[in-house]
Design a protein around this ligand. Structure first.
Ligand code: NAP
Length: 248
């Protein structure tokens, strides 16, 4: 039998991250979860170290995943892990949403999109090698988005979000190539979660066809099935919640 998993979830305070945390915390094959939040932890009653009633230990930390020194310190604190799942992301702020036209481009919003959607994965990867090196079935996964696919882009628009997710995907592809030489036991994955009911998607849910808006629990269940089967597949895949490969 494999040793129980040690997991780190970055952005465990978000809709998808919190649902992944809930499901993983209930599993007997998970020993510990390092969970990070940016502004506030999910389930604030947990405090900095929580326990969901079974033997899974939950260790909460505040983390600005776009800050090099903070990521370095956090990665050093998590010790050995098997899976790292990054659920950090943004589509809109209080004042700016995704651009319908290039005329709506705002330089600050673009820079922020890159800083939240792409940079954290680069920083986490920069410092994750030591933490993942000892794992037999390691996973380094980031929740990306289908709209980051260049080939799949039929509608245009959403310049900053699409560009930041396309950049993220390039980072993950590069990483999968580099780690095939240096971290052979780690699968690198870019995940499309499907449209999920969360803060991020709230303003755009009117356009979602009936029955196509997933609950965070459904998304987390589907994504976990992909993570559980990752070791049967090569590293460096961009896949949807149902395992379908998405063109980069
Ligand atoms: N929901 C969808 O329909 C959908 C579709 C496709 C792709 N995605 C992707 O799925 C991922 C998760 O999205 P979600 O729907 O769960 O959104 P969400 O509920 O808004 O969660 C976003 C998460 O990102 C964290 N975050 C934001 N800026 C951060 C920073 N600088 N440093 C660290 N953490 C930061 C937030 O932390 P705090 O809560 O602590 O501020 C929160 O945990 C995103 O990458 C998103 O692009 C979502």
């Amino acid at each position: 039998m494999d040793a129980p998993l040690k997991i780190a979830i970055v952005g465990a305070s978000g809709g998808i991250g919190a649902a992944l945390l809930d499901l993983l915390a209930d599993r007997d094959d998970v020993a510990s979860i390092h969970a990070s939040y940016f502004k506030s932890p999910a389930g604030s009653s947990l405090g900095s170290v929580g326990n969901f009633g079974n033997s899974t230990e939950i260790i909460w930390s505040e983390l600005d995943a776009s800050d090099d020194a903070s990521v370095q310190a956090w990665m050093a604190s998590v010790g050995q892990i098997d899976w790292l799942i990054n659920c950090v992301g943004m589509l809109h702020t209080q004042t700016k949403g995704p651009e319908k036209s290039i005329k709506h481009l705002d330089a600050e919003h673009f820079a922020m999109s890159m800083s939240v959607n792409c940079l954290p994965t680069m920083l986490l990867a920069k410092y994750a090698s030591a933490a993942l090196k000892g794992s037999q079935n390691g996973i380094f996964a980031t929740v990306s988005a289908r709209v980051g696919s260049i080939e799949d882009n039929k509608l245009g628009g959403w310049y900053s979000y699409r560009a930041s997710k396309a950049a993220l995907n390039m980072v993950l592809k590069c990483l999968s190539i580099e780690w095939q030489r240096t971290l052979k036991n780690v699968r690198v994955l870019s995940l499309h979660p499907g449209t999920t009911d969360s803060r991020l998607s709230k303003p755009f849910q009117n356009n979602v066809p009936e029955g196509s808006l997933f609950s965070p629990e459904k998304t987390a269940t589907l994504l976990l099935a992909q993570l559980d089967s990752a070791k049967s597949h090569p590293s460096g895949r961009f896949i949807a919640y149902d395992g379908q490969e998405i063109p980069w």
